[in-house]
Design a protein around this ligand. Structure first.
Ligand SMILES: C[S@@+](CC[C@H](N)C(=O)[O-])C[C@H]1O[C@@H](n2cnc3c(N)ncnc32)[C@H](O)[C@@H]1O
Length: 331
């Protein structure tokens, strides 16, 4: 069954709230708050726990989590902070986050969705912005590229110190190297548009999840990105990509991408398209609006793999604060 929110409600009836006492107890037991002043981390304050660092966005957030500002913040050398791997922000405790009036930007929505996650999960393509899961979650990070490849060509705006070291090499098209039925959640933010066969990716995610597990997808809205001049990918096209996942069909995606999304001057285009295709550069193969993505999820739910709950939400606020829409599918 597809449930598409008609208003701006973000409360998913199928989501079980986290016990707040659990989270605070855990933080008090194991988290430390560290800050170093320097060129790598600047003034940023981090909650460090289980080998990962989670940026704290404000003194108010720190206090919500049960720490005092500045008494509980320990100054440390940069080297010590660098020894903690990036691990995403610390979400506002769920009872504060599930306040639709406060969901003014993309990170606030990500945090609201993150609050409902628990257990062991996989995040595919975290890049330098790991999803802000509660620190009590155990996250395995996966990417199609190695850490060395990710730092060699960072995306614009990515800080090298924030790039997550992948624990497992895996492609969202197939999610190899991850056991079936092993995950409580799977998160992919700004990744499904890079897959050749998105219907196949969602079916692969379904196989990897335990019953009741959640797939969280955050997807750029084509009308709010460089994809705005491309045609919206049709359901027929996606079904065809799933039925005949032939790599040679992808050539047309590269031509469209380098003509309409990130245009290359015509005289050089054919050669560049051929080069990027040969290298398998991960372009945006497909481009969606919230409604066309929901149409694809409806098809997947009816024809490919049945989910117990499918929830989607359009981009919030304006383009300067949010370019993405959201989907949570519960197995
Ligand atoms: C645009 S970045 C997204 C970064 C981050 N999640 C965010 O929301 O800002 C895309 C990431 O997904 C990875 N990626 C792209 N296509 C992929 C695929 N088919 N399978 C696995 N990872 C992929 C890229 O290597 C990169 O790390």
């Amino acid at each position: 069954m597809i449930v598409i929110a008609a208003d701006d409600s973000l409360v998913n009836p199928a989501m079980t709230p986290v016990d707040p006492t659990d989270m605070l107890a855990w933080l008090a037991r194991e988290g430390v708050v560290l800050q170093s002043r320097g060129s790598v981390f600047g003034e940023q304050v981090y909650l460090c726990a289980r080998g990962r660092r989670h940026p704290i966005v404000s003194a108010a957030r720190l206090e919500e989590l049960g720490f005092r500002w500045p008494a509980d913040v320990q100054p440390v050398p940069e080297k010590l902070l660098a020894s903690y791997a990036p691990g995403g922000g610390v979400p506002t405790p769920w009872w504060a986050a599930i306040d639709t009036a406060a969901l003014g930007d993309a990170m606030a929505v990500r945090e609201a969705l993150a609050c409902s996650l628990s257990g062991i999960g996989l995040e595919i393509g975290a890049g330098a912005s790991p999803f802000p899961v509660p620190p009590r979650c155990r996250v395995i990070y996966g990417d199609r590229l190695t850490y060395e490849q990710l730092v060699a060509e960072p995306y614009p705006g990515q800080r090298l110190c924030d790039i997550v070291i992948p624990d497992v090499l895996t492609d969202f098209d197939t999610i190899e190297n991850v056991a079936d039925g092993s995950l409580d959640f799977l998160v992919a933010c700004h990744v499904i548009e890079h897959t050749r066969n998105p219907i196949g990716s969602i079916a692969a995610a379904w196989r990897k999840l335990k019953p009741g597990g959640r797939l969280v997808l955050v997807v750029p809205d084509k009308e709010r990105t460089f994809d705005r001049d491309r045609p919206t990918t049709t359901l027929e096209h996606l079904v065809e990509d799933h039925r005949s996942p032939d790599r040679t069909n992808d050539y047309a995606h590269y031509e469209e991408f380098y003509t309409l999304a990130q245009p290359i001057p015509e005289f050089a285009r054919a050669a560049e398209v051929a080069r990027h295709f040969a290298e398998g550069y991960a372009i945006h193969y497909h481009a969606w609006t919230h409604d066309t993505f929901a149409e694809m999820l409806d098809y997947v739910d009816r024809e490919i793999c049945g989910w117990s709950h499918v929830w989607t939400h359009p981009a919030v606020a304006d383009e300067s604060r949010c370019i993405e829409f959201y989907a949570v599918l519960v197995k």
